[in-house]
Design a protein around this ligand. Sequence first.
Ligand code: SAH
Ligand code: AVI
Length: 336
Amino acid sequence: MNLRNKVTQRIERLDILNRLSEDTSQENGRDIWEGMTQPQKRLPSKYFYDAHGSWLFERICGLPEYYLTRTELSILEQASTEIMAFFAQDFGDLVELGSGSNRKIKILLDAADGFGLSRLRYVPVDISESALLEACEELLDLFPDLHIFGIIADFSRHLEVLPRNRKLLTFLGSTIGNFLKDERIMFLKNMAGIMNPEDRLVLGLDMLKPTEIIEAAYNDNQGVTSEFNKNILRNLNRSFNADFNIADFEHLSVFVEEKERVEMHLRAKCLTAARLADLDLSVACRPGETIRTEICQKFSRENAHLDFQQAGLVATRWFTDPEGWFALVMLKKSEP
Ligand code: SAH
Ligand code: AVI
């Protein structure tokens, strides 16, 4: 195939919808306003992911302390054929929420290849435009039969854009753990709401394990997680015309036993103030005061089952590593 045909053929296989840029509601940034005016200041973790944040997250995935990525990859290697076999009868859309880079989906696409990939459409959904576009480019090259419908959107607000065809939904990396309990149940309910009885959701869950292993994953020796954490303020400075002095904050990450979750904070080293001009908001932090930037829930099967039950979902299959550190659970809509 000559270069021109190759380019045309690639363009024909890619559709992109930018739901974020179409969002004309006044919602943008309201969650920052709400979070930063609470007694415990907090920011939604989605604001980590500008282009630099997505790059830092990729570096986190390769850190020796960050066991999550390599453990989930090892499970996917084992489970991919069984997961895709379910789809093989009559392919539809392979949807990936919070898709990031292609590291994980490549394993499922390789498995799908054996079943006739050309009938499958890949639908990545991510808030990070740069990460999504880069990932689509790479996949078009790697899989010459693959069609992609890439959606730049906020998966907690824009789920209506998802196609309603037969589908396999994937939400990997334990990103579900970054929701608070109520948000998590609501998100799973929304998933159940868009699933047909024959659809499945494959969910990645980081499981409970000794505290020191979990804490090390969020306090790496090279300081990449600390940079990732501080990047949320850099992103706010750029996106909302703010003036946080990043050097006034330090990274703090602890496992909170009673809540079975990691909490990541930025702690003020001194009295510091910032103005978020686009939100008409001024904030001040006392020395030692923290802004909570992320929670990372860790799961037991029992607790996960309770969430699924509340959301109208039921587990059909669990896949895990020998130590039970991470799990992939396949879910279907429960019978009415
Ligand atoms: N699934 C990948 C990436 C996980 S990192 C993996 O398992 O390695 C979380 C991903 O979700 C990032 O790519 C981030 O940009 C995206 N993300 C975070 N919050 C989001 C939101 N509200 N809507 C859409 N994407 C979001
Ligand atoms: C994307 N998410 C599942 C990661 C996690 O582990 O909760 C984000 C992250 N935060 C710090 N390190 C990685």
